[in-house]
Design a protein around this ligand. Structure first.
Ligand SMILES: [Zn+2]
Length: 340
């Protein structure tokens, strides 16, 4: 054994015992954007035994300013974020197991993914997925760590099922930030500060130092020099639909899951097919070639420029991203006119 983890082991609350615990833990990270890549890098370097990172998108040039696992090559070849992240994490630590999944995590998928997982890290950019994670966490009793940032502002909160209030309990009472979905911009230090809070909490949970957990909702604004830790323990609701006395886990209901969504802060609509199954990109390439328009492909996705304004990106899992519109009807029309 080399001394890769020696400084972390010297840190008393972790020690040899904590390091061994880390090696036997499995963390699920939902999202491989700014928060996801930051969390994944810290936890991979720390020696967490298995990391699964899930993302539905691919790398673009506008990501490189803050999404720390990605390179110019990844943007050039439109690598799926989950694949590019996995490759980089494997370079950083070959002792651990890394899984990168190119997919949209719905209720059904999350149920499968959380089997044998010890902790879920929220690195999403939308409340639909967060509320889904919140319900899954209550159902499986797996803790999760909420994180969000926009501009120079950020938030972090750790949710332990059966102990702390859940995300639903807090939503009406606390301004949770990140709820708006516009292009407000973001600076990397805001991301890094949320990542620092999330990964510190993760290390405490994974090394079974629960008494060190923060138990407060942290929010800060690095540009306006403000930092606050709010005690939210009293906000747990007895009648909460997710963690109350008679939970209904509303967000796990298939009827509450959208098949079509406008992506956060982007001029993009995602269509998710109702039936699951792989899309044959070669066959699709043949069909689209006959229609004209520019096709670019890598092993994971196919990009098709339909006209000046619209570009469609087809993934193997059946999803398609339609860039150039926020209008769901327009996106659907275009999609069905091409694919039939
Ligand atoms: Zn609740």
């Amino acid at each position: 054994m080399n001394d890769r983890y020696s400084r972390q082991i010297l840190f008393d609350p972790i020690g040899e015992g904590g390091q061994e615990l880390l090696a036997n833990k499995h963390v699920l990270i939902i999202g491989a954007g700014a928060l996801g890549t930051g969390n994944a890098e810290v936890l991979a370097r720390a020696g967490v035994g298995k990391i699964t990172i899930v993302d539905r998108d691919y790398v673009e040039w506008s990501n490189l300013q803050r999404q720390q696992l990605f390179s110019e090559e990844d943007a050039k070849y439109r690598m799926p974020k989950a694949v590019a992240a996995r490759e980089r994490l494997e370079q950083l630590n070959s002792d651990i197991q890394v899984e990168g999944l190119v997919m949209d995590a719905g209720a059904e998928e999350l149920r499968e993914l959380t089997e044998f997982v010890h902790l879920i890290i929220d690195a999403t950019d939308n409340f639909d997925t967060r509320l889904l994670i919140n319900d899954i966490s209550q159902e499986t009793k797996i803790p999760w760590i909420y994180g969000a940032c926009v501009g120079s502002y950020g938030l972090c909160y750790t949710i332990i099922p059966g102990e702390t209030p859940c995300l639903s309990c807090l939503l009406e009472k606390v301004p949770m930030g990140g709820a708006t979905c516009d292009t407000a911009g973001i600076i990397a230090p805001a991301v890094q500060t949320v990542v620092a809070h999330q990964t510190a909490e993760a290390l405490k949970l994974l090394t079974e130092n629960k008494e060190a957990l923060r138990n407060k909702l942290v929010s800060f604004d690095l540009w306006n020099n403000y930092y606050m830790a709010m005690d939210v323990r009293k906000l747990k609701k007895q009648d909460c639909p997710s963690c109350g006395n008679h939970p209904t886990n509303p967000f796990l209901n298939p009827e509450n899951q959208t098949k079509t969504a406008v992506l956060c802060g982007r001029d993009t609509v995602q269509i998710r097919p109702s039936e699951h199954g792989e899309r044959d990109l070669e066959e699709l390439s043949g069909v689209l070639a006959r229609l004209g328009g520019r096709i670019e492909q890598n092993p994971y996705l196919l990009s098709y420029r339909a006209d000046e304004q619209h570009r469609l990106v087809f993934f193997k899992d059946g999803r398609v991203l339609i860039h150039g519109t926020k209008d769901i009807a327009e996106a659907k029309n275009l999609y069905y006119s091409l694919i039939g």
